[in-house]
Design a protein around this ligand. Structure first.
Ligand code: ADP
Ligand code: MG
Length: 588
């Protein structure tokens, strides 16, 4: 084996660049972060050829002295931390002192910078990590940094880049994420000299979301905030009636830093658990502000992940605050109240136009989302240990008077300002589900012993699965005994379920265990089983209801915490305002 050598700085920087600078968008992200840390109020990003040819970031921040302009490109050179204890209290975007040295090792860099005090500026040129030139330069206060021919000296890395459209879409994301975190800063992005994003200073995250994502998404967002102790959780979440086909519209920000975190994603899904269909995805921009000592941001070279000191507490808090906001006395609101979806073209659409030049399209941008149902939530402030509140859309009375039933399946009801259709099965499912949930929460599910126990035979794998969960099912009021040789006997069921087909119910529960049993998430599993249970005795489609039954059902439904969807996420009520009805008849 050859002898051990210390690697030259240039090579060390190139190796570091492999971690920090994965693609042009990583450069954009690092440079914008530097501008934010320099307290810029305007940040302009210009790229050519999806950043491979040129990335230029111009800011009006604090600028650098002639000395600092050179030092900034040294490895581990930073003005943001100086002692180990500072790592516990990071309030800047950067702190590792790696970005500029890494970037300069794999590109040709020119920087012009001048401080706010009016002193002469500095121009500096670096190529492949080597200083080529440094002179005085007349310049406006702030910093302009130009990255030319990224990866020119690392062809292998260059080959890993994806299509021009994909690289550009990552750049758009990088700018959008920073812009979402800092609505007070003006951002502009151009590509091949054409405008892609132009985001003026805005009044807050709602405004910023509209600037970036347009009307379609933002009109479906509920602003929320809550917290516990010194942790604040706030942001925008989509109404459960607006869902997406993938996870792309879920963004998490910790102390203003866009990050990925599996536990937070899980918390988001848990909040929406029985409100949306299983194959649909919620959208939301979730911000968590907490003491920097409670979160470690130094676990990923590009600072794209974090580790919480107390992961499960944060998870539960995020879930509960969002859940509360989604449910807080939610009342249906007409689509008309929230503006026409066609108006106001968002930047996502504009970006799409720009991208048309490119060979392939950006999947993130073409996903248009699904709008189902024509109602959404509004809320009033909620109380409790966790304080959460959802922004109030214009509420309309939830009082509904049943008039008739259509095909023994849907109830037609009159409301104060129009009419509504109620899916009787979905509505009843919701009512039973919450009753079962309440009974289970108090540890007291009334059970009914069956006079004629029901016998069910199961296959081998299913037997094992069911055996494992028998005690849990008993907690849920479902007493099943293992009779041996694959035979199980249902002896008692929750009183609410006495009327149903218990054999089929057990088989459906076993199916549910197959899907959710292995997750180890008992809470989620319990809810899934309860929703299967609620589905069984729920009033079936094709059952005639008396006026009293309809009234009772509507009353029970609106006494629910989450009245607007069944436990599987389907809507329970669809409303039509008088205006909408008049419009259908061309009267207005
Ligand atoms: P870090 O951001 O982790 O400190 P960088 O390599 O990104 O490391 O930057 C090194 C240093 O250069 C920063 O700490 C900062 O002092 C200075 N710097 C970089 N970009 C700018 C800028 N746009 N405006 C003012 N100073 C900057
Ligand atoms: Mg930095």
């Amino acid at each position: 084996m050859p002898s051990i050598k210390i690697l030259p700085d240039n090579l060390i920087n190139k190796i570091a660049a492999g971690e920090v600078v994965e693609r042009p968008a990583s450069v954009v992200k690092e440079l914008i972060e530097n501008s934010v840390d320099a307290k810029a109020t305007e940040i302009f990003v210009d790229v050519e050829q999806s950043g491979k040819r040129l990335i230029r970031v111009t800011d009006n921040g604090c600028g650098m002295s002639r000395e600092d302009a050179r030092t900034a490109f040294e490895r581990h050179a930073t003005s943001k931390i100086s002692a180990e204890s500072d790592l516990e209290n990071i309030r800047t975007m950067g702190f590792r002192g790696e970005a500029l040295s890494s970037i300069a090792s794999v590109a040709q860099v020119t920087m012009v910078t001048a401080r706010q005090d009016g002193s002469t500026g500095t121009m500096i040129a670096i190529e492949g990590g080597t200083l080529k030139n440094r002179t005085d330069a007349a310049a406006a206060p702030g910093t302009m940094i130009e990255i030319n021919h990224l990866f020119y000296n690392t062809p292998a890395r260059s080959k890993f880049l994806k299509s021009a459209a994909t690289e550009l879409s990552h750049i758009v994301d990088a700018v959008s994420h920073q812009a979402m975190a800092r609505p007070d800063i003006r951002f502009r992005l151009t590509h091949n000299k054409k405008p892609v994003l132009d985001l003026p200073h805005s009044s807050g995250i709602r405004d910023r979301a509209f600037q970036i994502h347009g009307n379609e998404l933002s009109q479906n967002l509920i602003e929320f905030s809550g917290g516990r102790d010194s942790v604040r959780v706030y942001g925008l979440i989509a109404r459960p009636t607006y869902t997406r086909g993938d996870r792309t519209s879920q963004e998490f920000y910790i102390n203003g830093r866009f990050i990925k975190n599996a536990s937070l994603s899980h918390a988001l899904y848990a909040a929406y658990a029985d409100l949306i269909m299983r194959d649909r995805h919620p959208a939301g921009f979730i911000f968590i502000d907490l003491d920097p000592s409670l979160v470690d941001v130094n676990v990923h070279p590009a600072k794209a992940e974090v580790r919480f000191r107390n992961q499960s507490q944060i998870h539960d808090l995020v879930r509960d605050v969002i859940r509360e906001a989604l449910g807080s006395h939610g009342r249906p609101v007409r689509q008309a109240d929230i503006g026409a979806p066609e108006s106001g073209q968002g930047y996502a659409d504009r970006v799409k136009e720009v991208i048309v030049d490119f060979a392939s399209r950006m999947p993130e941008m073409t996903e248009s989302g699904q709008r189902s149902g024509s109602f959404c939530f509004a809320g009033t402030p909620a109380t409790g240990y966790i304080t959460a509140h959802a922004e109030i859309d214009q509420p309309i009375a939830s009082v509904l008077y049943p008039l008739a039933q259509v095909h023994d399946s849907f109830i037609i009801a009159q409301s104060n300002d129009g009419m509504a259709l109620i899916d009787q099965h979905a509505a009843h499912e919701r009512v039973l589900f919450e009753k079962l949930q309440d009974q289970q929460a108090t540890g007291n599910i009334p059970v009914q012993n069956l006079l004629m126990p029901v016998q069910v035979e199961l296959g081998h794998a299913e037997q094992e699965l069911l055996k494992e969960y028998l005690p849990e099912l008993q907690n849920l009021g479902f007493l099943v005994e293992d009779f041996g040789r694959g035979t199980f006997i249902v002896k008692a069921v929750p009183s609410l379920l006495t009327g149903g087909d218990h054999k089929q119910l057990l088989i459906d529960i076993v199916d549910e265990l197959k899907v959710h049993g292995k997750s180890g998430k008992m809470d989620a599993l319990r809810n899934e089983v309860l929703s299967v249970m609620a589905c069984h005795p729920a009033i079936k489609i094709h059952r005639r209801l008396s006026k009293q039954e309809m009234e009772g059902l509507i009353e029970d439904l609106f006494a629910c915490r989450m009245p607007h969807s069944c436990p599987h996420g389907r809507p329970t009520v669809v409303r039509f305002s008088m205006d909408e009805i008049r419009r259908m008849f061309k009267r207005i």
